[in-house]
Design a protein around this ligand. Structure first.
Ligand code: PNS
Length: 159
Protein backbone atom coordinates (compact mmCIF):
# COMPACT_ATOMS: atom_id res chain seq x y z
CA UNK A 1 0.00 0.00 0.00
CA UNK A 2 1.46 3.36 -1.06
CA UNK A 3 0.94 6.01 1.61
CA UNK A 4 1.99 9.60 1.06
CA UNK A 5 2.35 12.28 3.72
CA UNK A 6 1.38 15.87 2.95
CA UNK A 7 2.91 18.04 5.69
CA UNK A 8 2.26 21.69 6.45
CA UNK A 9 1.09 24.32 8.90
CA UNK A 10 -2.34 24.68 7.25
CA UNK A 11 -3.10 27.91 9.10
CA UNK A 12 -5.63 27.77 7.50
CA UNK A 13 -5.94 25.09 4.82
CA UNK A 14 -6.55 26.81 1.46
CA UNK A 15 -8.20 25.62 -1.74
CA UNK A 16 -4.65 25.30 -3.09
CA UNK A 17 -3.85 22.77 -0.35
CA UNK A 18 -7.13 20.95 -1.09
CA UNK A 19 -6.23 20.79 -4.79
CA UNK A 20 -2.97 19.02 -3.91
CA UNK A 21 -4.71 16.70 -1.40
CA UNK A 22 -7.35 15.76 -3.96
CA UNK A 23 -4.80 15.01 -6.67
CA UNK A 24 -2.52 13.10 -4.28
CA UNK A 25 -5.50 11.02 -3.12
CA UNK A 26 -5.97 9.89 -6.72
CA UNK A 27 -2.29 8.92 -7.03
CA UNK A 28 -1.75 7.10 -3.72
CA UNK A 29 -3.66 4.49 -1.74
CA UNK A 30 -3.65 6.71 1.33
CA UNK A 31 -2.78 10.36 2.00
CA UNK A 32 -1.88 11.44 5.53
CA UNK A 33 -2.21 15.20 5.97
CA UNK A 34 0.29 15.96 8.75
CA UNK A 35 -0.30 19.24 10.56
CA UNK A 36 2.78 20.75 12.18
CA UNK A 37 2.62 21.57 15.88
CA UNK A 38 4.90 24.59 15.72
CA UNK A 39 5.65 26.15 19.10
CA UNK A 40 7.65 29.00 17.59
CA UNK A 41 4.95 30.36 15.28
CA UNK A 42 1.80 31.78 16.83
CA UNK A 43 -0.86 30.39 14.51
CA UNK A 44 -4.23 31.99 13.88
CA UNK A 45 -5.89 28.63 14.56
CA UNK A 46 -5.09 26.08 17.24
CA UNK A 47 -3.85 22.67 16.20
CA UNK A 48 -7.27 21.15 16.97
CA UNK A 49 -9.01 23.78 14.84
CA UNK A 50 -6.62 23.26 11.91
CA UNK A 51 -7.01 19.46 12.08
CA UNK A 52 -10.79 19.66 12.30
CA UNK A 53 -11.05 22.17 9.41
CA UNK A 54 -9.02 19.83 7.16
CA UNK A 55 -11.08 16.80 8.27
CA UNK A 56 -14.27 18.64 7.32
CA UNK A 57 -12.84 19.84 3.99
CA UNK A 58 -11.55 16.38 3.00
CA UNK A 59 -14.43 14.24 4.25
CA UNK A 60 -15.38 13.30 0.67
CA UNK A 61 -12.01 11.56 0.21
CA UNK A 62 -12.10 8.21 2.04
CA UNK A 63 -8.35 7.62 1.70
CA UNK A 64 -7.33 10.90 3.34
CA UNK A 65 -6.62 11.08 7.06
CA UNK A 66 -5.44 14.01 9.15
CA UNK A 67 -2.94 13.89 12.00
CA UNK A 68 -0.40 16.14 13.68
CA UNK A 69 3.31 16.00 14.30
CA UNK A 70 6.00 17.96 16.10
CA UNK A 71 9.75 18.07 15.67
CA UNK A 72 11.40 16.79 12.53
CA UNK A 73 9.25 15.55 9.67
CA UNK A 74 11.87 12.87 8.91
CA UNK A 75 11.53 11.47 12.45
CA UNK A 76 7.74 11.41 12.15
CA UNK A 77 8.08 9.59 8.83
CA UNK A 78 10.54 7.01 10.18
CA UNK A 79 8.57 6.33 13.38
CA UNK A 80 5.38 5.68 11.40
CA UNK A 81 6.93 3.75 8.50
CA UNK A 82 6.06 6.47 5.96
CA UNK A 83 8.43 7.06 3.05
CA UNK A 84 6.76 9.44 0.60
CA UNK A 85 6.38 13.18 1.18
CA UNK A 86 4.08 15.21 -1.05
CA UNK A 87 4.84 18.87 -1.65
CA UNK A 88 2.89 21.28 -3.81
CA UNK A 89 4.90 23.69 -5.95
CA UNK A 90 3.45 27.05 -6.95
CA UNK A 91 6.29 28.80 -8.68
CA UNK A 92 9.96 28.27 -9.46
CA UNK A 93 10.69 30.35 -6.36
CA UNK A 94 9.18 27.58 -4.17
CA UNK A 95 11.54 25.06 -5.69
CA UNK A 96 14.83 26.22 -4.18
CA UNK A 97 13.60 25.91 -0.59
CA UNK A 98 11.65 22.73 -1.26
CA UNK A 99 14.66 21.12 -2.94
CA UNK A 100 16.75 21.94 0.13
CA UNK A 101 14.05 20.45 2.40
CA UNK A 102 13.79 17.32 0.24
CA UNK A 103 17.55 16.74 0.43
CA UNK A 104 17.60 17.46 4.19
CA UNK A 105 14.77 15.01 4.80
CA UNK A 106 16.57 12.33 2.77
CA UNK A 107 19.82 13.02 4.62
CA UNK A 108 17.92 12.43 7.88
CA UNK A 109 16.09 9.30 6.67
CA UNK A 110 17.46 7.85 3.46
CA UNK A 111 14.27 5.99 2.52
CA UNK A 112 12.31 9.23 2.06
CA UNK A 113 11.27 10.31 -1.43
CA UNK A 114 9.69 13.73 -1.97
CA UNK A 115 7.13 13.94 -4.76
CA UNK A 116 6.42 17.42 -6.09
CA UNK A 117 2.98 18.15 -7.49
CA UNK A 118 2.61 21.40 -9.45
CA UNK A 119 -0.37 23.37 -8.22
CA UNK A 120 -3.24 24.14 -10.56
CA UNK A 121 -2.76 27.47 -12.37
CA UNK A 122 -5.72 29.06 -10.57
CA UNK A 123 -3.96 28.63 -7.20
CA UNK A 124 -0.49 29.89 -8.21
CA UNK A 125 -0.84 32.98 -6.03
CA UNK A 126 -2.56 31.39 -3.07
CA UNK A 127 -1.12 30.78 0.40
CA UNK A 128 -2.37 30.72 3.98
CA UNK A 129 -0.64 34.08 4.52
CA UNK A 130 -2.52 35.61 1.58
CA UNK A 131 -5.82 34.31 3.01
CA UNK A 132 -5.03 35.90 6.39
CA UNK A 133 -3.97 39.20 4.80
CA UNK A 134 -7.18 39.42 2.75
CA UNK A 135 -9.31 38.41 5.76
CA UNK A 136 -7.67 40.97 8.04
CA UNK A 137 -8.98 43.77 5.83
CA UNK A 138 -12.34 42.04 5.32
CA UNK A 139 -11.66 41.19 1.66
CA UNK A 140 -13.45 38.56 -0.38
CA UNK A 141 -12.34 35.01 0.45
CA UNK A 142 -14.68 33.20 -1.91
CA UNK A 143 -12.71 30.70 -4.03
CA UNK A 144 -9.66 30.90 -1.78
CA UNK A 145 -10.94 28.62 1.01
CA UNK A 146 -14.02 26.46 1.61
CA UNK A 147 -17.17 28.25 2.85
CA UNK A 148 -16.69 26.70 6.34
CA UNK A 149 -13.08 27.89 6.55
CA UNK A 150 -14.12 31.29 5.17
CA UNK A 151 -16.59 31.69 8.08
CA UNK A 152 -14.00 30.55 10.61
CA UNK A 153 -11.35 32.96 9.30
CA UNK A 154 -13.79 35.89 9.17
CA UNK A 155 -14.93 35.16 12.73
CA UNK A 156 -11.32 35.06 13.91
CA UNK A 157 -10.75 38.54 12.49
CA UNK A 158 -14.01 39.78 14.02
CA UNK A 159 -15.89 40.27 10.74
O1 PNS B 1 2.91 24.91 5.47
P1 PNS B 1 4.36 25.16 5.75
O2 PNS B 1 4.54 25.99 7.00
O3 PNS B 1 5.10 25.73 4.57
O4 PNS B 1 4.99 23.70 6.03
C1 PNS B 1 6.35 23.56 6.32
C2 PNS B 1 6.66 22.17 6.90
C3 PNS B 1 5.75 21.85 8.06
C4 PNS B 1 6.46 21.13 5.82
C5 PNS B 1 8.14 22.21 7.32
O5 PNS B 1 8.38 23.35 8.07
C6 PNS B 1 8.56 21.00 8.16
O6 PNS B 1 8.67 19.91 7.65
N1 PNS B 1 8.76 21.25 9.49
C7 PNS B 1 9.16 20.24 10.43
C8 PNS B 1 10.63 20.43 10.84
C9 PNS B 1 11.54 19.80 9.80
O7 PNS B 1 11.56 18.60 9.64
N2 PNS B 1 12.28 20.65 9.04
C10 PNS B 1 13.04 20.20 7.91
C11 PNS B 1 14.42 19.77 8.26
S1 PNS B 1 15.40 21.01 9.06
Amino acid sequence: MKTAVYPGSFDPCTNGHLDIIKRASALFDKVVVAVLINDKKSPLFTLEERVSMIEEATKEFPNVEVCSFSGLLATFMKENGYKIIIKGLRAVSDYEYEFQMALTNRALFDEIETVFIPCSAEFMFLSSSIVKEVAKYNGELHGLVTPEIESAVKRRFGH
